[in-house]
Design a binder for this molecule. Structure first.
Ligand SMILES: [Zn+2]
Length: 282
């Protein structure tokens, strides 16, 4: 098995091949991380999965077939830190949700977990890029071929720094229903609605320019362009990223003064704000 890449080899089916470094074998890249599928399906050997958004894999398949052959093994393996960050985030929130049981269980004591924000941001980008490369995106009910910016690949492979206006963001405005922030009071977030993806495509050539990825009941926006924060158009209802904050240093959920907190670590030089979602007292 070839798992290391060759500097000047570009596998024609690997969307991360822009500067070589590919291995000769293509790997089945899961549309959503296999480790997450296992977490949410309790490793049930009979479980099936499909896209429930009307695109991608429409008929239920076994998790091992919920893949797109769009990354070589070397580049796929190189993104395992991104999968690990997503798994850590989801495991923390899911565990609390299962204990809390929408208020019928126990909220417990203060808890926190540390997740690499840089790796999590790359996981969101990887999920979007895999859907674009895997021909799993539709617009107006038509399957579209969505090109991936070369800059996106540089960011995915840690070859470039994220511009300050680009990147991950989370909800900071409760009226924006496009960015979810409730991991605990909807039981579906631990059963059949634990992830989702809504790509954002550029008008005209349909280039992937970002999107919203949901995990464990939390929506993460991602922009691969300057979405114009601070300008009047940013807060229009058509913008799913409205009212968000970028790259949080932490997200916390507080109930009766007890906090569950995800601390994100970052190696960039950008400003990092934080957000606390206060839940209704019980
Ligand atoms: Zn490759």
């Amino acid at each position: 098995m070839t798992t290391t890449g060759t500097a000047d080899f570009k596998h024609s089916k690997c969307y991360a091949n822009t500067e070589g470094g590919c291995s000769t074998r293509i790997s089945g890249e899961h549309f959503v991380s296999h480790s997450l599928i296992r977490l949410y399906t309790f490793d049930d050997p009979h479980v099936t999965i499909r896209h429930n958004s009307g695109f991608g894999v429409r008929n239920p398949v076994s998790p091992r077939r919920f893949v797109a052959n769009v990354l070589c093994e070397a580049h796929n393996n190189g993104l395992s830190d991104a999968d690990a960050a997503a798994l850590k985030f989801a495991t923390f929130l899911r565990d609390i949700a299962l204990r809390y049981r929408n208020g019928s269980g126990a909220w417990g004591a203060n808890e926190s977990v540390e997740v690499s924000g840089d790796d999590f941001q790359r996981w969101v980008l990887k999920l979007l890029a895999t859907h674009a490369a895997g021909n799993a995106i539709t617009a107006d009910d038509e399957l579209v071929k969505s090109p991936i910016l070369e800059d996106s690949i540089h960011l995915l492979l840690n070859r470039a720094a994220w511009p300050s206006t680009w990147g991950l963001c989370v909800a900071a405005d409760a009226t924006n229903l496009d960015l979810k922030f409730d991991p605990f009071t909807r039981l579906e977030t631990v059963t059949d609605d634990w992830w989702g993806v809504t790509p954002m495509l550029k008008n005209g050539d349909q280039t992937l320019v970002g999107g919203v990825v949901e995990l464990a009941g939390v929506g993460f926006g991602l922009s691969l362009y300057n979405p114009g924060r601070g300008a009047p158009g940013f807060d229009l209802p058509a913008n799913p990223l409205r009212g968000s904050i970028q790259r949080p240093s932490f997200m916390a959920w507080e109930l009766n003064g007890v906090r569950k907190q995800v601390n994100f670590t970052w190696n960039d030089h950008h400003e990092h704000r934080n957000i606390t979602y206060t839940m209704d007292r019980t």
